[in-house]
Design a protein around this ligand. Structure first.
Ligand SMILES: [Zn+2]
Ligand SMILES: [Zn+2]
Length: 207
């Protein structure tokens, strides 16, 4: 084989590899307990529409008992769930998103890593969702999003897109309409944002 032909073949191999990698980015959705199937379909469509990722819906399973705690109330530690999800993530997918109906919580810390004050309030802090930045697993719960019920589908999609954004490396965004804005401690923030990334956040992902 000539040297030139060898280089061409190598180049073609690289091009097809990069194409394949892009196409193969996928998110597994892991529904827990009695998580609603219609909601799963809606989350799946937004993930496809906003990120262009394929989704794979895994079989429903009970939320892992190892994450159960009763510090303030009966809750499931989101950090533990992220660890379990990452361990159980099929090798064929890039990210995994847990979908819970039970209340999930984490410890809220300040910039220096200390538990935010007052400690009794923030040691076990109920959240809408959690995803590390970057990371390969995230988790969202309907528990704090479902009142009133008709607002749940859109809120859920926004929080899922937000947590996947963290997994992709996105930080909180200053644009108050962007889905990556810090939800802080308010459901109002979630209702205000668009179900989309702002131009600046899109640029960060696609560059
Ligand atoms: Zn966030
Ligand atoms: Zn943004």
């Amino acid at each position: 084989m000539s040297f030139l032909r060898r280089i061409i073949i190598l180049l073609l191999a690289c091009v097809s590899l990069s194409c394949t990698n892009h196409e193969q980015t996928s998110v597994a959705l892991q529904p827990y307990d009695d998580f609603n199937n219609t909601l799963i379909k809606q989350v799946s469509s937004s993930v496809k529409e906003i990120y262009g990722f394929e989704t794979v819906v895994l079989k429903h399973k009970p939320i892992p008992r190892e994450a159960y705690i009763t510090v303030k109330a009966a809750r499931y530690r989101a950090n533990k769930l992220l660890q379990i999800l990452a361990e159980e993530k099929p090798d064929t997918v890039t990210y995994i998103l847990g979908l819970a109906t039970k209340d999930i919580s984490t410890t809220k810390r300040d910039k220096d890593g200390n538990i935010k004050s007052p400690k009794e309030k923030y040691t076990d802090w109920g959240v809408f969702g959690l995803g590390y930045r970057p990371g390969e697993s995230c988790v969202v719960s309907t528990f704090r999003l479902k009142n009133p019920e008709h607002k749940l589908p859109l809120r859920l999609q926004k929080v899922c897109i937000h947590e996947i954004g963290h997994n992709l490396g996105l930080d909180h965004c200053e644009n108050k309409m962007c889905v990556m804005t810090d939800a802080a401690e308010s459901i109002k923030t979630i209702d205000q944002v668009k179900l989309d990334l702002c131009a600046a956040c899109k640029k960060k992902i696609y560059n």
